[in-house]
Design a protein around this ligand. Structure first.
Ligand SMILES: Cc1ncc(C[n+]2csc(CCOP(=O)(O)OP(=O)(O)O)c2C)c(N)n1
Ligand SMILES: [Mg+2]
Length: 889
């Protein structure tokens, strides 16, 4: 079929201009649109050479990107596929509807899936590979709140039985239920990617696609045609995370990445862009970022109208309408569309004069037309050199009668009985009216042609999806002897825990067996952590290698970029780095390669910045190490309020699978790292580690004998009272342990007070253990009481406990239920300041002097020390008793 240029040349053009345009039209008509495009490209190039600057247009006309004459026919059996889709629609709706009838307010969504169904079905039947031979298949991020449709499909395939489906949103019953949204934590055999928090899926998908390339370029996985598909909402595109990393896809030539935006023009409250057109806006954004954009706006039945329209008015009318109007058209019916849309121009009314209102109403949008979608996906899959976005126009609540395209559609959970009956008629389902009214699930017999077809399609694409399977691993963690260099101390040399960590990481990366699995990730902070030597050792990953000669190439530690570089230097994006951490931390399940990510960042810019991604990481059963550098409110000097972190341990404590440590010494860190590798990768525990690292240099002692268990459980006695008979216990963590050790000396030498010093590596873990023991005791009142670890290690100790760290008082306070009135917490509550450590520690009252005076004060209150002497100590040690509380300064 030839292309037609139907729009007449603008009448006020000059004769010369008209001739140019007519010549161009001739080329397009005679030789095709590709030739037309080539002329334009050549002209643009020529203009550039002539120094003519012109802003290029980022949006195209409001029609499908793929013209009808370029389409291939649909390869599937549309009749059967239509039937399958209708069955899924029905069961998804019945599931949500039924559950809300049974349990009012339990929730669920029906309008989103109803807009998405065809977009997914074309994928499930023709594109989503569950495997490529013995290699894992495509990775699909589903719109989270479209989950009912995914469940309904799995139900038809026999993957979920009726009982399970009837337990939608009833996860805490006697029989297994279905989680509201995609949560691998809750359904580990089914869901892979948590997506329902808007923006998380798209950003993770982009970095997933990049990580796949990283693994390929590093020869850790085979190259396959595997794709990352991300389905997202048009409303979701308002999240900065959704669109924030688009340029990465282009920079990295990620032609393994396909976004499908379900442009149903609505979000939760109402239209996404009532006064504009979201598809135009998104086209501009994606095209501007360099993505291949495929618009799927109109269904096949519009093609006939376009062909008959020789006035160009149809397109003109389309481009006049805004989304608020398009929404109303689908909410208000055929007569309304005739009068309000076509009625504006008599020529358009004429165009549809032979169509009934009903036919007009059912003129499809592209996102409900399998042929259009198939062609878009085919092009997306075949596109080379960069990522593709399919912008598909759909109708929210499609087919749901009076709910369709209404602002309230998003939250619609129940459907009127009559609407249920209408639905089965409309979609021609063999469900008795009585069952329809009751919203009963419907499962055709196994040998029904549509059921056989559905199974066959999945078989030919390598199996069911979504599916999550974790292979057995033969991973062996290195023993602690591998870390001997670090457990034996620094022999007097002053080093920081950060330096200690980096040297351990470098050592691990050299390991013959597991070295290649290490994935260091850093958001433009490598130098801060002393990574230069690691950069030289393994290189920074750069998919295009290093196209330039670095200025420092003559230096030993030059900035080395390599196609198979190991370090992911992400630039200044904590969210992007977190997404890389997520991809690498789930490599064990998505690629069957147990990559071990080490995400190093400024601890202040961690959870505080991207907590929701961390939550999703835990949900995804992510593993790995978050190494939070420049930790502490007083150890990072000079940087002040926005940089000094005194609370990240509290924030990380909220994630159930996060094990957090605040080590003071490199040997503690070695023990923790070794155990982490063992637990996560050898034992297969779905945990991840949060470890704070400091940048203060001091001599690292040799590991004392027998402390490993204490390090891992959270506390061990580091230095008993020098003169014996301790009357107080001092707890120290991180760098503040040094202050505590100094306090022990001052107490003994100046005040004759003997105190033990304990290194507390994890208040969070101690609390968790104590809580779980308490719970057991509570549930078993007739059994002998068990003792929490913290209580048992302190059982023979005497006197008050003074706990100091570079974190807020609430961190040690977590142990208050077990330490009761013995506990005095010192911490860094309040905003940070720019100053050096000495002044910062004095300001926050966590220096040795503050620990000493706090000990004496508490002993005095307990009647164990002379009150006047205690008061005098404040003056002697320069601790101001009358200044304001630093928490509020
Ligand atoms: C970060 C975040 N904020 C808010 C929500 C609540 N929410 C769930 S769905 C939704 C509307 C989604 O609209 P859209 O992305 O257009 O998807 P549609 O249902 O229209 O396909 C909102 C606000 C959420 N899930 N995540
Ligand atoms: Mg939407």
């Amino acid at each position: 079929m030839t292309t037609k240029v139907t729009v007449p040349v603008q009448s006020d053009f000059s004769q010369e201009l008209r001739e140019w345009i007519e010549a161009f039209d001739d080329v397009v008509v005679d030789e095709g649109p590709e030739q037309g495009a080539e002329i334009l490209t050549a002209l643009r190039q020529r203009a550039r050479e002539a120094g003519i600057s012109q802003s290029s247009e980022l949006t195209t006309r409001y029609t499908n990107t793929i013209p009808r004459h370029d389409e291939v026919p649909y390869p599937g059996d549309r009749k059967l596929e239509r039937r399958i889709e209708s069955l899924i629609r029905w069961n998804a709706m019945a599931m949500v509807h039924g559950q809300n009838k049974l349990d009012a307010g339990i929730g669920g969504h029906i309008a989103t899936y109803s807009s998405l169904a065809t977009l997914l079905e074309v994928g499930f039947n023709h594109f989503f590979h569950a495997s490529y031979g013995d290699q894992p298949g495509d990775l699909v991020y589903f719109q989270g709140h479209a989950s009912p449709g995914i469940y309904a499909r799995a139900f038809l395939l026999g993957r979920l039985d009726e009982q399970r489906v009837l337990n939608f949103r009833h996860e805490l019953r006697d029989t297994p239920g279905l989680s509201s949204y995609p949560h691998p934590w809750l359904m580990p055999d089914f869901w892979r990617f948590p997506t329902v928090s808007m923006g998380i899926g798209p950003l993770n998908a982009i970095y997933q696609a990049r990580f796949m390339r990283y693994l390929e370029n590093r020869s850790l996985i085979e190259k396959t045609p595997r794709k990352i598909w991300a389905f997202l909402g048009d409303g979701e595109c308002d999240e900065p995370e959704t669109l924030g990393a688009l340029s990465l896809g282009v920079r990295e030539h990620l032609d393994n990445l396909i976004f499908v935006v379900n442009c149903n023009l609505q979000r939760l409250d109402g239209p996404v862009r009532g006064n504009r057109r979201i598809i135009d806006e998104l086209e501009g954004v994606f095209r501007g970022a360099g993505w291949n954009v495929i618009k799927v706006i109109w269904g096949s039945d519009w093609d006939a109208l376009f062909e008959r329209d020789h006035t160009g008015l149809l397109l003109k009318r389309m481009e006049e309408c805004v989304d608020g109007e398009y929404q109303a058209f689908k909410a208000k019916g055929g007569a309304y569309i005739r009068s309000e849309f076509f009625g504006k121009y008599p020529e358009l009314l004429e165009l549809v004069k032979d169509m009934s209102d009903d036919e007009i109403f059912h003129l499809h949008r592209g996102g409900h037309d399998a042929t259009k979608i198939y062609n878009a996906y085919k092009r997306a899959v075949e596109h080379k050199g960069g990522p593709t976005v399919v912008l598909a126009k759909t109708v929210k609540g499609y087919g749901l009668g009076s709910t369709q395209a209404r602002n309230a559609a998003h939250q619609e959970k129940k459907v009127a009985d009559d609407a249920l009956v209408d639905f089965i008629r409309r979609f021609d389902l063999p469900i008795p009216e009585e069952n329809a009214r009751k919203g009963k699930l419907y499962l055709p017999p196994k040998d029904a042609p549509e059921m056989v077809y559905m199974q066959e399609r999945r078989r030919s694409l390598g199996g069911y999806m979504p599916k999550r399977d974790v292979p057995k691993t033969d991973f062996r963690a290195p023993g602690l002897d591998t870390f001997a260099e670090w457990t034996s101390g620094s022999r007097g040399r002053a080093v920081s825990t950060t330096m200690g960590f980096v040297s351990m990481l470098r050592h691990l990366m050299k390991d013959e067996k597991i070295g290649k699995l290490m994935v260091p990730i850093v958001p433009d902070e490598g130098r801060t952590f002393g990574l230069e030597s690691a950069i030289r050792q393994v290189g920074i990953y750069a998919s295009e290698g290093q196209k330039y000669k670095p200025h420092d190439v003559d230096m030993l530690l030059y900035y080395r970029e390599e196609k198979d570089g190991q370090i992911l230097e992400e630039g200044i994006t904590e969210a992007g780095s977190m997404a890389s951490f997520t991809a690498a931390g789930t490599g064990y399940v998505n690629y069957h390669v147990p990559t071990i990510p080490f995400f190093m960042y400024y601890s202040m810019f961690g959870f505080q910045r991207c907590g929701d991604f961390m939550w999703a990481f835990a949900d995804a059963r992510g593993k790995g190490f978050i190494m939070a550098g420049t930790a502490g409110r007083t150890t990072l000097m000079g940087e002040g309020l926005q940089h000094q972190d005194g609370h990240s341990h509290l924030l990380m404590s909220v994630i159930p699978t996060c094990i957090s440590y605040d080590p003071a010494y490199v040997y503690e860190m070695a023990v923790i790292l070794q155990d982490g590798l063992r637990r996560m990768y050898e034992n297969g525990e779905d945990r991840f580690y949060y470890i704070t690292m400091y940048n203060e240099d001091y001599a690292m002692p040799e590991m004392p004998a027998g402390v490993e268990e204490g390090i891992l459980r959270g506390i061990y006695r580091l230095r008993p009272a020098p003169g014996g008979k301790p009357v107080a216990q001092l707890f120290g963590s991180g760098t503040i342990l040094n202050e505590v050790l100094r306090a022990q000396e001052i107490l003994a030498e100046k005040y004759g007070v003997q105190a033990d010093v304990w290194s507390v590596t994890s208040y969070n873990e101690l609390r968790r253990e104590a809580l779980s023991v308490e719970r057991w005791n509570r549930l078993h009142p007739s059994d002998a009481e068990k003792t929490p670890y913290i209580v048992s290690v302190l059982s023979k100790t005497k006197g008050p406990i003074i706990a100091a760290s570079d974190y807020m008082k609430a961190v040690p306070d977590q142990l208050a239920p077990w330490l009761t009135t013995r506990l005095v917490s010192l911490g860094t509550d309040g905003f940070g300041r720019s100053d050096n450590r000495e002044h910062l520690r004095r300001h926050f009252e966590v220096n040795a002097e503050s620990v000493v005076t706090a000990t004496l004060s508490k002993l005095a209150r307990d009647g164990k020390f002379d009150v006047k002497r205690a008061q005098k100590a404040f003056e002697e040690l320069g601790v101001d008793t009358e200044r304001g509380d630093p928490t509020y300064l």
